[in-house]
Design a protein around this ligand. Structure first.
Ligand code: FPP
Length: 248
């Protein structure tokens, strides 16, 4: 039986979030510079997006560039931005053909104008697609996102719209970049690192974590299927007991 056939399509996670890690180490193993690893990483992105569509996933969020990544050497940051622009421009017709809707989260105002423009165009072109929603986290960090939301809530309190004692989870969630999307149920990180790295701290509260030793350029279609099968073999309790879950 192939891996995709082993997936129970009625119980796939609605939303998968991925920390794509290990491009630099993979490139080093090949005796190449770090940027070579990012280029190969794009092939993994393409396969994983295809695989997510085939498995019937509704949303996939990819951590493509963190707020902290701005501190990398200028040549690497410039190369990553160029790669993003080139990839978005090249892949948008394919995303459209596969009914994928492209979205982005993060402080997009900090991206170079060319990148912002390419992104806006691609998002507009794919806006009415009804299949998988591919969300790119760009210049994103969770603490930035939560801080921004808290400031907006503070403004609401100042304007008398609500009292501090009345603030509920959904009042804060309204101001998160992910407001329109369900929380990820599965978070995957490649390259053997077991960290969350400022990624969707609020939204991953109940997510299952899946770690693999594979470096991102090695993570392909079958690896995503494997992660989904692993997810389906877990028992999700949301703080309840095992007995409460099986009797409900
Ligand atoms: C982490 O590997 C990867 C990144 C910071 C960039 C990810 C970007 C891509 C895969 C390409 C563009 C993506 C899209 C969606 C078009 P690392 O450089 O931290 O690797 P290391 O830990 O081995 O140094």
């Amino acid at each position: 039986m192939s891996l995709i056939e082993r997936i129970d399509k009625s119980r796939v996670p609605h939303h998968i979030a991925i920390i794509m890690d290990g491009n630099g180490r993979w490139a080093k193993q090949q005796g190449e510079n770090r940027v070579f690893g990012h280029y190969e990483g794009v092939n993994s992105v393409r396969e994983v997006v295809e695989a997510a569509g085939e498995a019937g996933i509704d949303y996939i969020t990819l951590y493509a560039f963190s707020t902290e990544n701005w501190n990398r050497p200028k040549e690497e940051v410039d190369a990553l931005m160029e790669l993003l622009v080139a990839t978005i421009s090249l892949e948008t017709p394919k995303l459209n053909a596969k009914n994928v809707r492209l979205r982005a989260i993060g402080d997009l105002s900090t991206l170079p104008a060319s990148c912002r423009q390419e992104l806006q165009e691609a998002m507009a072109t794919t806006e009415t697609n009804t299949g998988l929603t591919l969300i790119l986290a760009l210049s994103y960090s969770s603490k930035w996102e939560i801080m921004t939301a808290v400031r907006q809530l503070g403004e609401d309190v100042l304007a008398g719209k609500l009292k501090p004692s009345e603030i509920r989870e959904k009042d804060l969630e309204k101001y998160l970049c992910t407001n329109e999307y369900p929380d990820p149920e599965l978070m995957i990180r490649t390259s053997g690192e077991h960290r969350i790295s400022n990624f969707l701290l609020w939204q991953l509260a109940y997510a299952e974590f899946y770690f693999t030793e594979k470096l991102w350029p090695e993570f392909r279609k079958e690896d995503l299927f494997q992660a989904i099968i692993n997810f389906q073999n877990r028992e999700r309790r949301f703080g309840k007991t095992s007995e409460q879950i099986t009797s409900s």
